[in-house]
Design a protein around this ligand. Structure first.
Ligand code: GLC
Length: 427
């Protein structure tokens, strides 16, 4: 069975289509087959997807899956998929959903409720946070594919070389960076790399600072939240982190660290595989993982991320789409993606699987982090709240003279307006 890959239609985003990498081109003989089209992001490890599809096609000869590969960025993929769903595009059968999308997709009627198919017994095998994320108004709209939580990647060689242990507080991180940079005398070595561009990932990074100072995302004007944002503006951006981080999503932040250009990186579990890939990383074997630092009296906080598969409510092939998403989220496939792509399984039992742990030794220690990761607000209007917060945070940390208190109060008022509006329009 050959794999033919469709395209999500945004010019320029498909630098590498899975089909090309698979060396595919010809049209497979699909007589009698049902074609299921699934929208996914551009994978960091396309070989893992290629192999998963090969196994699926082998075991499901009546179904042909076409992956429609979108951008890697969650923000861009969201815009692309929701545009198609708004246009009632019947050619789309299933999609990956970021952990923050299901309430919106459910409320809009875009995602099929899976209550009859995805039993409570089966749900019990997944992390509760992943199940909550796909549940809306008492129904379930997706099967978790992987979980994510913010992790702190360190250059172990540099820490050891200077007699240091991974920092436990943000101010300690800054002191360590100063010590290492002074001693290394390498002007190209930055201290910290993370994702501070205005997009959904910014919220995850900010949440970790705000929560670890005892603040809350939906009260941006609280003293704890203001203090955390001020710390980022004054002590991180343009000092221990290059100003360029204001334009970084995951890829750019990873590239800086991978090329040996930073001492610390905030990223997601999959980064482990990429950073230790000897062919493409200059720091393979010189990376360790720790919990994200905190503020003096706070608790380390990691944002909850992750992805699930959902079925388009208008799909003409819901049974076949179900067969595919069930397969992709099975224990076997979650193990496969953990081994080959460093994806943290959403199924708890896999954290004692020897294959998973051999390829991701940090999973054992980070299990508690995955289990207690902090979710972003769960609401159908989350995209609007996220936009308000993204604009606020980005403005607050980009301008060294920003009036953070005034900006935060304005953001808080706008969030309240959104909430009031939805309450007024509720039946
Ligand atoms: C990762 C997370 C996702 C998050 C995104 C932000 O893909 O899994 O939940 O929204 O990063 O960029």
């Amino acid at each position: 069975m050959r794999v033919r890959i469709g395209i999500l239609g945004l010019a320029g985003i498909l630098a590498i289509a899975l089909g090309q990498m698979a060396g595919c081109g010809g049209s497979p003989d699909r007589t009698g087959q049902v074609t299921v089209r699934v929208a996914v992001w551009k994978a960091n490890n396309p070989d893992a997807w290629k192999e998963a599809l090969r196994i699926f096609h082998q075991s499901h000869p009546g179904i042909h899956v076409e992956l429609e590969i979108g951008p890697n960025s969650s923000t861009q993929l969201h815009d692309l998929i929701t545009q198609r769903l708004r246009n009632r595009d019947l050619s789309l059968d299933a999609f990956l959903m970021d952990v923050i999308w299901p309430p919106e997709f459910a409320a809009a009627g875009w995602a099929l409720a899976l209550d009859d198919r995805f039993s409570p017994e089966e749900r019990a095998g997944f992390f509760p946070g992943c199940i909550e994320a796909v549940t809306f108004d008492g129904s379930i709209y997706g099967i978790p594919f992987n979980t994510d939580s913010g992790l702190f990647f360190c250059r172990s060689d540099l820490l050891e070389g200077h007699g240091l242990r991974p920092p436990t507080t943000w101010p300690e991180m800054i002191r360590q960076i100063e010590i290492i940079r002074r001693a290394e005398e390498n002007p190209g070595l930055h201290g910290f790399s993370a994702q501070f561009k205005q997009y959904v990932g910014l919220i995850c990074n900010m949440l970790e600072f705000v929560r670890s100072n005892g603040g809350c995302m939906t009260s941006p004007a609280s003293p704890q939240a203001i203090e955390a944002v001020t710390f980022i503006r004054d002590k991180i951006i343009g000092t221990v982190a290059p100003r360029g981080v204001l334009t970084y999503e995951e890829q750019e932040s990873l590239d800086l660290f991978k090329s040996g250009g930073a001492i610390f990186l905030r990223s997601w579990p999959y980064a482990w595989k990429i950073l230790n890939d000897k062919q493409h990383s200059q720091i393979a074997g010189r990376v360790s993982i720790a919990r994200l630092p905190t503020f003096k009296d706070g608790m380390s906080a990691a944002a909850l991320g992750g992805w699930s598969f959902g079925i388009h409510s208008r799909s003409r092939h819901p049974e076949e789409a179900w067969a595919f998403i069930r397969f992709m989220t099975s224990p076997r496939m979650q193990c496969h993606f953990a081994r080959l792509a460093g994806k943290a399984p959403a199924r708890r039992a896999l954290y004692s699987d020897p294959d998973v742990l051999t390829s991701n030794p940090h999973f054992a220690e980070m299990l508690a982090v995955f289990e207690t990761a902090t979710p972003r607000p769960r609401s159908p209007i989350y995209p609007r709240i996220s936009h308000i917060l993204q604009r606020y945070f980005h403005e607050a940390i980009s301008n060294p003279k920003s009036d953070i208190v005034a900006l935060a109060r304005d953001a808080e008022r706008r969030i309240q307006d959104e909430i009031d509006m939805i309450q007024q329009t509720a039946p």
